[in-house]
Design a protein around this ligand. Structure first.
Ligand SMILES: Cc1cc2nc3c(=O)[nH]c(=O)nc-3n(C[C@H](O)[C@H](O)[C@H](O)COP(=O)(O)O)c2cc1C
Ligand SMILES: Cc1ncc(COP(=O)(O)O)c(C=O)c1O
Length: 209
């Protein structure tokens, strides 16, 4: 009988050839069916200049063998932190599945072409919002933001919205990926994959819960 990748993941006799990115896809497909909203939401942690961690939710965008990306304002708090210290960690928790995936690793910027392509695919309202929002900086009151959006909307008219150069994507290049599945009486299953670099093979290890 064909086993799912997840069955093989937690089968201690047979884990060697498993690809954590394929496992991610198996879990993410289940999450897309089960989660009431935002199965692609993830908490993303960065560190500030004092080494103090910071964390916020973002939406996972593209993912491929290069890594896992999200889009944001590079002049935001997280933008400054990640430009200054390009490393991060993320966690996705799907309550409906009682499963968690964590990743850590260096962070790189997506290419301008990738950012342009994604920006162009977004709703015009979201494009305008991203071009107006001075993300993470003080805002006097909500009406100020609404006025700025209205002004930009009438300026643009029927034209397309150009991606602001400071709105782009960061890509986490995982050096570790951990899969966690809920077990009875807190006897959860955990397996962590690690690699020395993007060209290096993954090795895996079961961990105590
Ligand atoms: C479910 C969810 C998804 C979010 N996705 C994004 C996102 O993809 N990009 C983004 O810039 N902010 C996103 N936000 C807002 C961030 O959590 C955060 O408030 C904002 O980016 C400012 O973070 P910073 O001050 O640490 O830079 C999201 C918030 C939630 C609750
Ligand atoms: C401020 C902000 N930017 C970007 C995003 C990413 O969403 P999307 O690219 O789907 O508009 C979000 C999602 O919540 C957000 O809150």
């Amino acid at each position: 009988m064909l086993q799912t990748l997840t069955e093989r993941l937690f089968d201690d006799a047979d884990r060697t050839a498993l690809d954590p990115l394929a496992l991610f896809e198996e879990w993410f497909a289940l999450a897309q069916e089960a989660e009431p909203n935002d199965p692609h939401a993830m908490a993303f942690a960065s560190v500030d200049g004092d080494g103090l961690p910071d964390v916020r939710m973002v939406l996972l965008n593209a993912r491929d063998e290069r890594g896992f990306s999200f889009f944001t304002n590079f002049q935001s708090t997280k933008g400054h932190q990640l430009l200054d210290q390009p490393k991060g960690a993320m966690v996705m928790h799907w309550k409906s599945l009682r499963r968690q995936i964590r990743m850590r690793g260096p962070v790189e910027q997506v290419t301008p072409a990738e950012a342009d392509a994604y920006f162009a695919s977004r709703a015009k309202g979201s494009q305008i919002a991203s071009s107006v929002s001075q993300q993470s900086r003080p805002l006097e009151n909500r009406q100020t933001l609404l006025d700025e959006v209205a002004q930009r909307t009438s300026q643009i008219g029927e034209d397309g919205v150009t991606r602001p150069p400071h709105w782009s994507g960061f890509r986490l290049v995982p050096s570790s990926i951990e899969f966690w599945k809920d077990g009875e009486f807190r006897l959860h299953d955990r397996v962590r994959f690690t690699r020395e670099g993007i060209d290096q093979p993954w090795t895996s290890q079961r961990l105590y819960p």
